[in-house]
Write a protein that binds this ligand. Structure first.
Ligand code: KG4
Ligand code: ZN
Length: 361
């Protein structure tokens, strides 16, 4: 770490985590997170208004905690980065407003950045500079995408995405069917360890030869979720117990099989020998094992950040911000707003002066 590497604070409020991270270049100095997940648990999903209110309450405490942990004062910062989208618009606005207030008060540049690009950039904090190009598989409660990333600061090419449920959403919905708590991913992961992954041969969405033409890198998990629901209903109608561990393992295997097969295929077809997996579902133990095996067979170098950096956090936003500063990319004009459906091709928002998005003056 050298003193002339940019010191950047990152703010993340796109969903239910209020994250404030501080990095110097690719070195993580602080990663403060408050989560409102418990407040959403009884609804079985994130309630946008509840998330926005929780961000408001947590923002200043997280800023203070991050600065204390990093041993820096706000005035020391070189730049502020904030998730401008995609995400829940009310939740995003809290972070964007905080970042703009800090930027204006401190006279520092603000980078409104893309949440998905930040999920990719975070790996630099753990494994050093990204290989370019790299293929990135991002799987979380809100997104499932395959990306080709020639340059994380300005060139991100979408290869495919989910047509319906995100991978984490499928985990959460199936967990609910099995009577497991929200968020269900970690519970399915745990249950599946004691189950038989070959117990039920659940469908692998969009993997038929016909799909290979039009949806080669896209995902679909709603058919799988319905298949699990039908299977459980049939069992219950016949008065038979549902083997939770076996169903969890079989469902998880179907998801992991499709995700890893398509990610490896994307690497091969695009001549890329680096794969990065990020997002909350990247914490899944079976996904890590199968991805490792398939990448080893295909001669692909696999990088997965540690679970705490895979789920939403402020450090990932700071990591992308630091890379943007280091490469001399333009910051966002202060008229930028939150863009709930920000396309993945936009790594930053409003770098050229045009106002954009909700809350832009
Ligand atoms: O990235 P993240 O924290 O937030 C979003 O942007 O959505 O991802 C949360 C998602 C949830 O759907 C959760 O069930 C899933 O990641 N998840 C997992 C695991 N840990 C978290 N899914 C499968 N296995 C896990 N171990
Ligand atoms: Zn995310």
């Amino acid at each position: 770490m050298t003193r002339d590497e940019p010191l950047v604070l990152g703010i993340e409020t796109s969903c239910d985590e209020t994250g404030v991270g501080i990095v110097r270049g690719t070195t993580l100095l602080a990663d403060a997170i408050a989560s409102s997940v418990d407040e959403h648990a009884r609804f079985g999903g994130v309630v946008p208004e509840v998330a926005s209110r929780a961000h408001l309450e947590a923002m200043v405490p997280m800023l203070e905690r991050a600065c204390t942990a990093a041993g820096v004062r706000l005035g020391d910062l070189d730049a502020i980065a904030v998730t401008a989208g995609p995400g829940l618009v009310g939740a995003l606005l809290v972070g964007v407003s905080a970042a703009k207030a800090l930027g204006l008060a401190l006279g520092k540049p603000v980078y409104g950045v893309n949440h998905l690009a930040a999920h990719v950039a975070v790996d630099q904090l753990e494994h050093g500079p990204l290989a370019e190009p790299t293929v990135a598989l991002l799987v979380s409660g809100g997104h499932s995408s395959l990306l080709l990333v020639p340059d994380i600061t300005e060139d991100v090419i979408p290869l495919g995405a989910t047509l319906d449920d995100a991978a984490g959403e499928a985990f959460d919905k199936v967990a609910r069917l099995l009577g497991l708590p929200f968020p269900g991913g970690p519970w399915i992961d745990r249950e599946a360890r004691g189950g038989d992954a070959a117990y039920v041969d659940f469908p692998r969405g969009l993997t038929s030869p016909r799909d290979a033409e039009s949806h080669r890198y896209d995902f679909s998990f709603s058919g799988l979720k319905t298949a699990v629901a039908r299977w459980i209903e049939t069992r219950e109608r016949n008065g038979e117990a549902v083997p939770v561990a076996d169903v969890a393992a079989s469902f998880q295997e179907a998801v992991v099989d499709v995700l890893t097969a398509k990610a490896v295929d994307a690497c091969r077809t695009n001549g890329v020998d680096h794969l990065l997996i990020g997002g909350g579902v990247a914490a899944n133990s079976r996904l890590r094992i199968v991805a490792e095996q398939r990448c080893a067979q295909a001669g692909i170098e696999l990088r997965i950040p540690r679970p705490g950096l895979c789920t939403d956090n402020g450090a990932m936003v700071a990591a992308l911000g630091a890379e943007l500063v280091a490469r001399g990319r333009a910051s966002s004009v202060m008229t930028f707003g939150a863009d709930s459906s920000m396309p993945v091709t936009n790594v930053t928002v409003a770098p050229n002066g045009q106002p954009i998005g909700e809350g832009a003056p």
